[in-house]
Design a protein around this ligand. Sequence first.
Ligand SMILES: Nc1ncnc2c1ncn2[C@@H]1O[C@H](COP(=O)(O)O)[C@@H](OP(=O)(O)O)[C@H]1O
Ligand SMILES: [Mg+2]
Length: 947
Amino acid sequence: MSLKYALEKEVAVAAVLRACKLTSSVFNKLVKGEQLTKGDKSPVTVGDYAAQAVVNTILANAFPDDKVVGEEDSSDLRLETNSDLRNRVVELANQALTDDLTLGDNVQWGIGPGSERTSGELMNAIDRGNHEGGKVGRLWTLDPIDGTKGFLRGEQYAVCLAFLVDSKVQVGVIGCPNLPVVATNPDGRRGCLLIAVRGQGAEQRSLDNSNPQRLAIPKFKDADLNFLESVDPGHSSHGFNERVARILNVSREPTRMDSQAKYCALARGDGAIYLRMPVRADYEEKIWDHAAGCLIVEEAGGLVTDSCGEALKFGLGRTLGQNFGVVGAGKDLHSKVIEAIKRAKQEEAAENQPVCLLWSSVRFDMLVVKSILLLSCLMLPKAQAEKIVRNTDPQIYYHGRWDKSPGTWWAGTGFKLNVQNLRTLALNLGPHTTSPTVPIGVSLDYEAFVTVNISAGNNVLPLDSSESSEKKNTVVRINSWGWQNNRVNLESIALNADAKLLPYTPSRLTLQFIGDSLSAGQYLPQGVDQAWPFLVGEAFKAEHVVVAQPGIALTDIVSYGNPRGMSVQFFKTEDSGYYYSTDHNYTTPWDFSRDVPSPSAVILHLGYIVSTSEDRPVHYLQSQLNRANDNGQNVPADTFVQASTLNYLVFLGHLRKIYRTQPLLILTPWGWPQPDGTVGYYYQGKYEEILNLWKAAGDHSTYLVNTTGWVTYDDIFHDLYGAGVLKNSAKSLCALVLLIIVSISLPSFSAMDVARTHFGTEILSDNEDDAISQLRFGIWSVCFYRASDGDRFCSPRHHGYAVSIQSPTSSDTATVGSSWTRGLAIHPVAAAITFFALLFSFSTHVTITLVASLLSFLAALLTLIAFACDIALFAFAKHKFGDLDGVDADTDTGPAFWLTFVSFFLLCFAGCTVCFGRRRARMNNASSSYPMTTSSTPFWKRLRRIY
Ligand SMILES: Nc1ncnc2c1ncn2[C@@H]1O[C@H](COP(=O)(O)O)[C@@H](OP(=O)(O)O)[C@H]1O
Ligand SMILES: [Mg+2]
């Protein structure tokens, strides 16, 4: 019978010893050029690669089914430009693998003379370390050279290998080629091997695998306490350690060394406390940097946790996720350190108060000043420390497509949070954030989205915390709404310290939309947040993902600046840039497994962008605005459906591989409405053809949604191209011209009379000596036509004129007094108001167009009153002259009468167009809240509207 994990321990020891021999030999011979800089700016040498190749080769032979999480991967090494480096790695690895067998070695582990591997085999061996880790099963984690910077300086580094079962470390082996065997004799023999198996204790051997010694952490007297910390201040906060040291009365200087050699030193009692507090909020500790050391310390009688006292979580993947900081110490001391860390955090928060900062900077000899400042500092409410939520926190509910940076990709991409006791919220954004700002929509508790502009760095969102009450939950929804080139590179989220992040419960209905500019919300004041897919998603209270971009074609062609069509872009993107940046390449497949929950239905609206110009007539406004290139990409209908490699049917096929059972809803494009009310449809009949072919291929959960007649001219062009504004302004303009002509009236325009009377008999008027045959009523004067020669004579221009007619047979007279003509002056007033309505109607601002609308209605009302005056004058004159003795009079309405009538209707229509015709206004209504939250009454009613 053998002890548990004896074989794993033996294999790990053999592998680490060979790797140590390799790395020690390489150090002395390392030449310029034998090192690379990784993406995270950390160095990696031929030693790191070769050591990983050796250890992984041994593990693959001994335990072929075991998974490995290793620090390095071979992608850089495989590049042709790095062939020298690769050859060197192969040479070093083969030297180590073929070295003679020593005691305990087994030839079946792929070692010993004759065990050379090819370059390809060794590269593959390195990449066996690419496993993502996880909670269950057997797993190894390897850091081939931990503390690479120390290694390059010739100081401490370590080869670290740990074996885990179901995320618990069972075996840990660390080789430290430069660690003195006895700490008190730093110039003595160097090279230690530390080994621990869970439940079996920890031991140290020398690097020739001899001289085993059991390890036990000693009890430290207060005076002997000291810290073990990283050399690199970018890896662990030296300042915070100093603060904790002060609280614990630690007087000894900290021991700084690179790598997990610190854990070894702790397990041997060379130092008392391992403390590693994060410097960067977004950095997550890697499992290979802690697993082996953690077990060695624990088996030596110590405890390793995060800075809150929580166990380190090795089952989350390649990192420790949310574990914040790492603390290791003997069991008795550990709880004191955690307590001291807590106090240090509070102190740090309090010192963020300016008064406290002042206090700490005043010299001690200014005792009075210092005392006053201290008192004020203590009396001030404690500054709120922040709770930093990293972008990898599983409680962040991401939606849409995020690239690796991580950055939002398509419009509408964002995240949701469910926060208890929320008071402050700041977004820390990385350098990939679009400059200078990105507009985001923010909605609290399903209220309407409000726009906030944010940029790289720290962005405090303007929440109104006045209504805060403890223990309430707030659902925060945030998304980037810009329809193009708007990326939010989320590094972390800062909440008030006492806020608690809870899981967000997504709606059971999730809709995936795929579309183009109309779906992306191009030109809408709030982009995709006002576009149809977003509104549909909101109306259904669904989670929704919009994958849409202006000008995007279905087929793989260059289209309006998009180098690839949707049939490529839907599935792939690059990971750290946008089209307009140089690193755009569409090579990284999207990870669809992150779509949780996966969509209940997929809704497609594609086709317009690629259609032929015959199918889609150039619309009225386009021709007006001379947008010459916007007449389709001329993809023939048959190609669109089938025949080329990236067409609708192939696209559906690719979609089906991801969305195996979900209904696919194919919307026929809305069509292109013309001002005359007709709609130009394109690819007519082709969508039915697609569906039939698709069904014939065996798919029966795809449906056609025929949108014929759904969209009219007003729906599209009011807001998109300002057509509504033009149409509306045109009505006001016509009304204005008519009213001005009417207002000028007689005598300037002889035909612009409100009413006119023809006399069959020659009669006399007060105003004219000769007999007259006709008179015309204008706004400012009356004109007479002489019976003898037809000449015209007008009364002087006057506001409120009068006219009298005498009966030729009696002394009877008929008078139209000034009270009947005075009211006609309302015509120019209506014209003036119409002028202002016209001016305001050119604006696209909602409030101003509303004012334009009101002014149009006011002008219409005045025109109506003017028209009533016209009617009254006409009716009175007809009655008065008709009743006159012996007079044959025929009174009729004049052109001004009817122009006033037409102006009234034009103004009514102009007012209605602005008020009711705006698609934007309807969209705003449709985006009202969707109260599906589980929390009771929302307590943050809305964002403070200060932006
Ligand atoms: N910002 C950061 N914060 C904490 N640790 C970091 C870090 N950047 C890199 N590291 C890790 O710190 C390790 C070294 O730890 P130490 O500072 O204790 O020697 C590095 O291991 P490698 O040297 O294997 O890359 C690396 O994994
Ligand atoms: Mg490391």
